[in-house]
Design a protein around this ligand. Structure first.
Ligand code: AMP
Length: 225
């Protein structure tokens, strides 16, 4: 099996984080979520955290240069002994797409880049986001759902199954902010997809409304590419 750089493109609430956790476990791929890195900065009250907190709570993008520094830092510290990388929620702009390619060519030139496009109806996204809770431990940030009969419900009420930390609602997971985040996402999605099409990158389009197990089955198809 060749080494992979898998780019998860999809709107907030599409399940990218949840599927990333499954892939990490099943394939031993490493996971870069720039959203998680941003939240770590906010929890740690770093200068950067204070700079980006307001942007995130308003559903705006963090500037490209800040995100590209995060990507570079992550790649430099994770460059050895890895079979795959999942880029979860990054890139979010054309500029970030080109930057990731450049970094991959330098540090992981033997990796094959693949794109997975997560598709979900907007009303489903709304419901998912409103019932989404995440582990408040910055080193975990696992995603759960408070929806009844959802396979992502935590075993214990508002406690993380993995680290027992309290679960929290993300402040940017409100209906109003989600509208803004979706607009911003779709503004950039077309350009990023065109970029990957022009390069001849394989793009797997998946119906991410299906249960997690089924979505993972789709992802397995590309793990064998
Ligand atoms: P996420 O957890 O991926 O939904 O990201 C949460 C928020 O962090 C986003 O709504 C953005 O404000 C910011 N963010 C995360 N990743 C990026 C990125 N690649 N580019 C710009 N902003 C980002």
């Amino acid at each position: 099996m060749s080494k992979k750089a898998v780019i998860f493109l999809g709107p907030p609430g599409a399940g990218k984080g949840t599927i990333s956790a499954v892939c990490q476990k099943e394939f031993n791929w490493k996971h870069l979520s720039t959203g998680n890195v941003c939240r770590e900065h906010i929890v740690n009250k770093t200068d950067l955290g204070q700079e980006i907190a307001a942007l995130i709570s308003q559903g705006k993008l963090v500037p490209d240069q800040i995100i590209m520094n995060m990507i570079e830092m992550w790649i430099v510290t994770h460059q050895y002994n890895i079979d795959g990388i999942i880029f979860d929620g990054t890139p979010r702009t054309l500029e970030q797409s080109a930057f990731i390619d450049k970094m991959l060519n330098v540090q992981f030139s033997n990796f094959k880049t693949l794109v997975v496009k997560f598709e979900v109806d907007e009303n489903v996204l709304m419901n998912r986001i409103e019932s989404r809770v995440v582990c408040g431990n910055k080193d975990c940030q696992r995603v759960y759902s408070t929806q009844q009969d959802n396979s992502l419900q935590p075993k214990q009420f508002m406690k993380c199954d993995v680290c027992d930390h309290d679960l929290i609602h993300r402040p940017d997971d409100s209906r109003e902010t989600l509208k803004k985040r979706l607009d911003v996402y779709y503004q950039h999605e077309k350009d990023m997809l065109q970029y990957y099409k022009d390069k001849g990158t394989t793009i797997l389009v998946i119906n991410a409304q299906e249960p997690v197990e089924q979505v993972f089955e789709y992802i397995k198809q590309i793990s064998n590419c």
